[in-house]
Structures are given as C-alpha cells and as structure tokens.
Design a protein around this ligand. Structure first.
Ligand SMILES: CC(C)(COP(=O)(O)OP(=O)(O)OC[C@H]1O[C@@H](n2cnc3c(N)ncnc32)[C@H](O)[C@@H]1OP(=O)(O)O)[C@@H](O)C(=O)NCCC(=O)NCCS
Length: 170
C-alpha cells in the first residue's frame, strides 16, 4: 500500500514565538535523542532499543515526529492511525514529550498540530490521547489545545513472561 500523499512528510518550517523550529518525521539517527526524551517521560529505553522499535513499526500506520531547534531534537511524539471494528478510524497519540529545558515555548503545541494535520491527511475525524491522571501538566496542555475529557479508565496488564516493571506500566 502506498503511503498517502502527505505534506507532513516534508520538512516544514514553523515559527514559534521568536524561535525558529522544524517539525519533521523521526529518523534513525534521532534514536539517541529520543532515548533521552523517553527517560524524561518515565519510560527509559536505550538508543538501541529505540532504534529496534523504530525499525519494526509499520510507518504506514505510525507517525513518528520530532521537533528540532538548530538541528537539536527538543521534542518527540508518536501517533498511531488506528482501525477498529467498534469505532471509526482515529489517530491515537501514543506518546509525546518535550525536553524539560524547552517546555512552555510552544514546541508541544507544534507537535500536536502536526499530528492533527497528519490525522486529517490520513482521513480520520478524531485525534485521541490517554494521559495518566498524575501528568497534571499534560491535562492542562491538551485542554488548552481543545481536547475534551471523555472518560477515565483503569489500566490492567498481565505479564505472560518476565518483563520489566516499566514495560507493564506503559
Ligand atoms: C505536555 C508537554 C508535551 C507540553 O509541551 P510544551 O512544549 O511545554 O507546551 P507548549 O509550550 O506547546 O504549550 C502549549 C499551550 O499549552 C499551555 N500549557 C502547557 N503546559 C501547561 C500547563 N502545565 N498548565 C497550563 N497550560 C499549559 C501553554 O500555556 C500553551 O498555551 P497557549 O496555546 O495559550 O500558548 C510537556 O509539558 C511535556 O513533555 N510534559 C511531560 C510529558 C507529558 O506529560 N507528555 C504527555 C503525555 S501523553
């Protein structure tokens, strides 16, 4: 299946406050930077693990984006184009994080708008995100961007073999 014609494939220049930043698709060589961002998100993974996962993901369905300033990656997001029998297709934000030193400067919003543009281009009508209640900053962020709380859920997991605690939490 060919990838949808997608302007977000192109490196896109955006202006955020007085800083010039790019949002673009993640590349293999971003694995180190994404590994550091995952640490901040609370889901540590080595650059090798990030690279391995990156290579395995079906890029038709998974949008992996970074925002960079002066060629330095300061934020990363992963969104999935989900199909289900029980609902219409949608884009689900799987993870998003901006480097602690760069928060509050519009980079998170830039990633979010990028994901929304990607969602529109792949033809979904809804972008959805699940965020831990403990992430109070993220709730204010999503609400500010127009996201409305739909429900609150409990998350269960059953390990089928020995796994690290962090793998269970995600
Ligand atoms: C949530 C997160 C991605 C936001 O990124 P950011 O770059 O700091 O956010 P932005 O600067 O783009 O903020 C966009 C808007 O949200 C508002 N906002 C962001 N964080 C806020 C907060 N804690 N409280 C109130 N408003 C907030 C900003 O004021 C801004 O408003 P504006 O549109 O009027 O300018 C970032 O704080 C982060 O990485 N947090 C840790 C990881 C996390 O929680 N990820 C989400 C889990 S899915």
């Amino acid at each position: 299946m060919s990838r949808p014609v997608c302007t977000v494939d192109m490196i896109h220049r955006i202006r955020i406050m007085k800083t010039s930043a790019n949002v673009r698709e993640m590349r293999q060589e971003d694995s180190q930077a994404v590994s550091q961002l995952l640490q901040q998100l609370g889901y540590p993974a080595t650059p090798e693990q990030v690279l391995d996962r990156f290579r395995r993901l079906d890029r038709e369905r998974h949008g992996l984006f970074v925002v960079e300033v002066s060629a330095h990656v300061v934020g990363w997001a992963h969104a999935e184009h989900r199909q289900a029998l029980a609902s219409d297709p949608r884009v689900e934000i799987m993870a998003m994080v901006v480097d602690e030193s760069f928060r509050g400067q519009g980079f998170g919003k830039a990633l979010l708008r990028w994901i929304e543009a990607w969602g529109a281009e792949v033809g979904v009508k809804i972008v959805r995100v699940t965020s831990n209640l403990a992430r109070t900053d993220s709730h204010a962020f999503y609400q500010r961007a127009g996201y409305v709380l739909q429900k609150q859920s409990a998350v269960y997991a059953k390990p089928l073999s020995a796994v690290e605690q962090t793998s269970l939490k995600y």
